[in-house]
Design a protein around this ligand. Structure first.
Ligand SMILES: Cc1cc2nc3c(=O)[nH]c(=O)nc-3n(C[C@H](O)[C@H](O)[C@H](O)COP(=O)(O)O)c2cc1C
Length: 190
């Protein structure tokens, strides 16, 4: 691959200091250290998206920006909180908008690695939601990386007071997932 890989992150909550968004940003940062250009659609960007309605063709600038970023990227990172045992509405709304990629030559996430991340207050929602995200990535023809990241924010306390990733085991998982995204993106583009 001669050009710089582009990796797009989607994920977060509207909450200031969202752990989900920080985890997605951490994987993007690790991809950037490995040579990628990255773009993050975090909580505020996702909150700016209107409710997706398949029968309505109008798009806002914010919707077009997300669709275009995924259309042209080489890899994706998706992070969701576990809300009531599943993917949050905010994140799912952004994913549903990617229906706009249905008629592309590269449909949805076709041919691209998809790193998946869940942040929840308990292990049950962490596991179930990660499994749901894998199902979504498969349905959209993406290639979920073998390493998915599930963080229990109550038991693990992943971030220090400065907001930086402080748990070595989570940092290792972040680096491992980013490595898999970059290897796959370069292999597919090559
Ligand atoms: C509406 C709502 C529903 C939630 N449901 C669950 C749940 O079913 N299981 C769980 O473990 N945590 C649940 N949580 C806790 C969040 O998943 C957890 O605090 C997560 O780390 C929040 O992510 P954030 O830091 O990105 O905002 C819920 C939180 C909210 C606000």
């Amino acid at each position: 691959m001669t050009r710089t890989p582009r990796i797009v992150g989607i994920g977060g909550t509207a909450r200031a200091g969202s752990s989900t968004e920080r985890l997605v940003a951490a994987v993007l940062a690790a991809c950037a250290r490995a040579g990628a250009d990255t773009e993050l659609f975090g909580g505020p960007a996702l909150a700016a998206l209107p409710h997706f309605a398949p029968e309505a063709p109008e798009r806002t600038d914010a919707q077009r920006a997300l669709v275009e970023a995924v259309r042209t990227c080489d890899g994706v990172v998706i992070g969701s909180p576990g809300y009531h045992g599943g993917v949050s509405g905010l994140v799912k709304n952004a994913i549903d908008l990617l229906e706009d990629l249905r008629a592309d030559t590269r449909v949805y996430f076709d041919g691209r690695p998809v790193g998946l991340i869940v942040s929840a207050a308990g292990w049950q929602a962490t596991g179930v939601t990660l499994s749901a995200l894998r199902g979504i990535a498969h349905a959209m023809r993406g290639w979920p990386t073998p390493i998915g990241i599930g963080v229990n924010t109550v038991e693990q306390r992943p971030f220090g007071a400065d907001g930086a990733l402080a748990a070595p085991d989570i940092a290792a998982a972040v680096d491992a997932q980013a490595g898999q995204i970059m290897r796959f993106a370069r292999a597919m583009a090559g």
